[in-house]
Design a protein around this ligand. Structure first.
Ligand code: MG
Ligand code: ZN
Length: 220
């Protein structure tokens, strides 16, 4: 008899762990969203605004990734939301093993949504799958409209781009049309949500997109 070899894609260790995370999330019917950004773009502020918008409909948990400190996790915990802080001890990204450990410390049976705040960095998080269902990139007006050209991989991997701090547009030379064209040049159908976490402008629109994504995943 002929020996037929079946070739399967060989997954790296991180991808394999990410798949295990994904299975665990789906077993518990949790939809996970990974937020990436440069430091200071306003990931934590966006998380807080998102929690406020969706907490009546979904049970939300948070993973905070930072190189050090628990400042962001403390801010989230004040909202009464289950949160785990991961200190990467210098590493500039979260990996699937860190998320796996975090899931052990979260009440997974009692969650519908997991919001993951990645370490502030737009380079290597692109190479580390976590098991997430959606990727959201948070950019901000002061970073300039050429940001997508500088970090093309992360932009091209993101399902949505939240453009934060639009309240600063009158004071900053930021061309939103150029920004939009740059994003869509990398990912044709990328959705862009201009928001201000400070004034609340645009948060409804962003939250309604996220709500729809969560519902789509829940019905799968
Ligand atoms: Mg933060
Ligand atoms: Zn890194």
């Amino acid at each position: 008899m002929m020996d037929i070899k079946v070739l399967k894609p060989i997954l790296g260790a991180n991808d394999q762990r990410a798949q295990e995370n994904r299975s665990l999330l789906e077993k518990n019917r949790i939809v996970a969203v990974n937020f990436t950004a440069s430091p200071g773009a306003g990931k934590t502020s966006l998380l807080l605004a998102t929690i406020k918008a969706l907490r009546d409909e979904f049970r939300i948990g948070v993973v905070e990734g930072d190189v050090s400190s628990a400042i962001d996790a403390e801010t989230v915990a004040k909202e009464g939301i289950p949160v785990v802080q991961i200190n990467t001890g210098g590493a500039c990204h979260l990996d699937a093993t860190m998320i796996s450990n975090a899931l052990e410390s979260l009440p997974t049976e009692d969650l519908d949504v997991l919001l993951i705040e990645n370490v502030g960095n737009l380079i290597c998080p692109a190479s580390f799958a976590l098991g997430e269902h959606r990727n959201v990139l948070v950019a901000s007006v002061p970073e300039g409209h050429d940001k997508p050209h500088k970090y093309p991989v992360m932009f091209s991997k993101s399902d949505a781009v939240v453009l934060n701090k639009i309240d600063l547009k009158p004071y900053i030379d930021f061309d939103q049309d150029k920004f939009t064209a740059a994003v869509q040049g990398l990912r044709e159908k990328a959705l862009i949500f201009p928001v201000s976490c400070k004034t609340g402008e645009g948060i409804d629109h962003w939250a309604s997109w996220l709500r729809d994504q969560i519902r789509v995943e829940q019905s799968n």
